[in-house]
Write a protein that binds this ligand. Structure first.
Ligand code: TXA
Ligand code: MG
Length: 320
């Protein structure tokens, strides 16, 4: 596994060209996006995509997101582009929105998890866009974590999770700015059906018309990430007191709250709103494991912006 540091805003042409060449020759490249790091391979190469599943230990029936460098590329991976998909692409690409449409016939079934549909997005990240444009390929990329671990938001998370022998190159473009995975929407009908919540909210997409279809998303069938210690969600403002009380019982307690906790608890991060919680959550949960916590107390955030999506991830982590 090679690791190449690249400037987020001005990625080095030679580093991007080398990474694109790895993809074009069927290799695996981990790269940053605005949401989380992805583990990419040529979406049209069955062997390359199989290597992603092997590297992650991912169940074969969980389909991948195909990343493209230009919205115009949607016609090449979709059988048809429904009007709703065209409108959402126009409005939100590049960005943290994944559209599910009928798949083009030449996409291998490993990429689509055996479905007739394909999930597609244009990421809003200079490194990801430069790589996708240089490779000039649709790139299948799930989050670059081992299956069952939290999605990686830094190159260090990728390196700690994935076996060096499986991944050819990691492009290190720094920490992801959003920090949780994209909104996934079925865009085949008249209204967006939300399969996974993310930073693009139902309100932003056309408000009342968006519907919740999360029980229909293949990804929700699998066990979700829960840390090695319990996660307790408390109302805003109650974090430090609850954490201190648990610490008095002799437990090693972590805290994610609007203010720092007392000396007896490990304040993993100070959270000034939903966007901050989304950005730091996965890193904080990993840090808690390293620190050997017995429990982490997390203050709930409101439903605004990415709030509903981050609370969804947090509730799954708390459910264990
Ligand atoms: O932000 C993201 O979406 C990141 C970055 C790397 O782009 N990718 C990501 O991929 O989170 P992954 O594989 O960890 O999650 C993809 C989700 C899964 O829940 C999967 O079941 C769903 O998208 N999905 C993929 N193809 C689908 C399809 N054809 N129909 C319905 N859901 C699909
Ligand atoms: Mg994932």
């Amino acid at each position: 596994m090679d690791v190449a540091r690249v400037d987020r805003d001005r990625p080095d042409d030679a580093a991007i060209a080398a990474a694109a060449q790895v993809l074009r020759s069927g290799g695996l490249v981990a790269f940053p996006t605005e949401t989380v790091y992805g583990l990419g391979a040529d979406a049209r190469s069955e062997t390359a995509v199989r290597a992603i599943f092997a590297a992650k230990g991912r169940p074969a029936d969980n389909p991948l997101i195909v990343h493209i460098g230009d919205p115009a590329g949607l016609v090449d991976v979709a059988a048809t582009v429904p009007a709703l998909a065209a409108r959402l692409a126009e409005q939100f690409w590049p960005g943290p929105l994944t559209l599910v449409v009928e798949a083009a016939a030449d996409l291998p079934s490993v990429t689509t998890g055996g479905l007739t549909t394909v999930a597609v997005r244009v990421p809003d990240h200079p490194v990801a866009l430069a790589l996708l444009r240089a490779a000039d390929l649709p790139v299948a990329a799930p989050s670059a974590n081992r299956s069952g671990r939290p999605s990686p938001t830094t190159a260090a998370h990728v390196i700690e999770d994935l076996d060096a022998g499986h991944v050819d190159l990691v492009l290190d473009g720094g920490a992801c700015t959003i920090g949780i995975e994209s909104t996934v929407v079925d865009a085949r009908g008249d209204v967006p059906v939300i399969l996974r919540e993310g930073a693009v909210t139902r309100e932003a997409m056309g408000a009342t018309s968006a519907v919740d279809g999360s029980e229909r998303s293949p990804g929700t069938r699998y066990r979700h990430y829960a840390p090695s210690y319990p996660v307790e969600i408390v109302p805003a403002g109650e974090g430090p007191r609850r954490a201190a009380s648990l610490a008095r019982q002799g437990r090693r307690v972590g805290l994610l709250a609007a203010v720092r906790g007392p000396e007896t608890v490990t304040t993993l991060a100070v959270i000034d709103g939903p966007a901050t919680l989304a950005r730091v959550l996965y890193d904080a949960l990993r840090a808690g494991e390293t620190a050997g916590l017995d429990i982490v107390v997390v203050e709930a955030v409101g439903d605004t912006g990415v709030g509903r999506a981050v609370m969804d991830r947090l509730r799954r982590a708390a459910a264990g």
